[in-house]
Design a protein around this ligand. Structure first.
Ligand SMILES: [Zn+2]
Length: 168
């Protein structure tokens, strides 16, 4: 699979249907002091660090957007901030069969996605647990372009446009 790029006129592989995990850490982690980072942990799927008397807790989820006429959705792999109690609940169920019946958690998007005109950081979401080995599904509930794209789907040309903007 490849496409001709309208920015540089070269042929690039893709366009990719999945971006991430990227940014590689929650924005709040990147802004945290060195000592908080030392007392915290940034893993491939979870991130936690102390902030005052309670921890700030994050997990990576898949913000999937249907692509019109395609089976495979487009997906942002992005960080979301969740309540500490939910974070520890998720950790307990990490390997538990049937965990996908867990009611959704509330959270906030924890990354700035530069291709959107309006801020994505702090956007309210619901996080839906999937079966063991699958990253959770992020449902955008705040008013935003991301929410309407998730509800209505995007054309394949939008997937290409995202790739063009992110690779240059
Ligand atoms: Zn290009």
């Amino acid at each position: 699979m490849s496409y001709t790029c309208s920015v540089c006129n070269e042929t690039h592989p893709g366009p990719p249907y999945v971006w991430g995990p990227g940014p590689e850490a929650p924005d709040a982690w990147n802004r945290a002091t060195a000592s908080r980072q030392e007392d915290g942990e940034l893993g491939t799927d979870q991130c936690v660090f102390p902030d005052g008397d309670k921890p700030r807790c994050f997990v990576i989820g898949r913000l999937e957007i249907p692509v019109v006429g395609e089976q495979e959705p487009f997906a942002w792999l992005v960080w979301v901030e969740v309540q500490a109690s939910d974070f520890f609940g998720m950790s307990e169920k990490w390997h538990q069969e049937g965990r996908e019946t867990t009611p959704p958690y509330s959270g906030l998007l924890a990354n700035h996605l530069s291709i959107y005109e309006h801020e994505t950081l702090g956007l309210p979401i619901r996080l839906h647990t999937r079966s063991v080995g699958e990253r959770p599904y992020i449902e955008v509930i705040g008013e935003h372009q991301l929410q309407s794209e998730q509800r209505n789907g995007i054309p394949e040309s939008r997937v290409r446009e995202i790739a063009e903007r992110l690779s240059h």
